[in-house]
Design a protein around this ligand. Structure first.
Ligand code: SF4
Length: 214
């Protein structure tokens, strides 16, 4: 598939994905409003856990406070700004509809195994069309979709090769949620810097790095 064919195929897939109601039909969600972005021209795939309440309104992935932090991290990895990030990265998540609040009242509900199973075919089809050179996972749930059993706090700072995805590089990031205290530890901040350097290295390799300093 050349780039034009990829974009045409992705336009069809995106239209189908936007109209998905599988979880509503199974009584798992009250409403379906899938959130993702990309055209098929991207070479990097970013996979988060699930959209938040802000994204339900904007229908744009990572457009809330956590998204601002993620954009700042990615600029440290060599991207110029949020516009370039959104142009070069296809954004999706393990499940693409807002799961609602957790029963505990703390944060959003983690999607169920059934929701993940229902939604995974969208992500796999995105990957099949996109053939990404790099997959960035954000948070533990997304990481374990690619590296089952991986421990997020140990994986941050390393790059992995996914045998199930043609050896594509995977760089895990922590979730940029304001609720996470993980980055309060200086060692963890060093791990994050290492992960961002892995993404910057990929950009250099791909010949698309800017000169933005760390
Ligand atoms: S979470 Fe995924 S599978 Fe479930 S309704 Fe939304 S788009 Fe469809």
């Amino acid at each position: 598939m050349d780039r034009d064919q990829q974009c045409a195929a992705m336009a069809v897939l995106n239209a189908q994905h936007w109209s998905c109601t599988r979880c509503v039909e199974e009584g798992l969600l009250e409403h379906a409003a899938p959130v993702f972005s990309g055209t098929g021209a991207e070479r990097i795939l970013l996979v988060g856990q699930a959209p938040g309440i802000v994204e339900v309104e904007t229908r744009m992935p990572f457009s809330g406070r956590a998204g601002n932090i993620l954009m700042q991290w990615l600029c440290r990895a060599g991207f110029q700004d949020a516009a370039e990030i959104r142009e070069r990265i296809y954004f999706t998540s393990v499940t693409t509809c807002y799961p609602g609040r957790a029963k505990s009242g703390s944060g959003d509900r983690v999607p169920s195994r059934r929701e993940i199973a229902l939604c995974s075919s969208w992500r796999l089809e995105i990957q099949r069309i996109l053939l990404p050179e790099l997959i960035i996972t954000v948070g533990g749930l997304a990481l374990r979709e690619y590296l089952p059993g991986a421990v997020l706090s140990e994986a941050i700072g390393s790059a992995f090769s996914s045998p199930g995805d043609g050896g594509v590089s995977i760089v895990p990031l922590p979730h940029p949620s304001g609720q996470s205290r993980w980055l309060n530890d200086p060692h963890h901040r060093d791990q994050l810097a290492g992960a961002l350097q892995k993404i910057a290295d990929h950009q250099l390799h791909a010949g698309a790095c800017t000169n933005r300093s760390q």
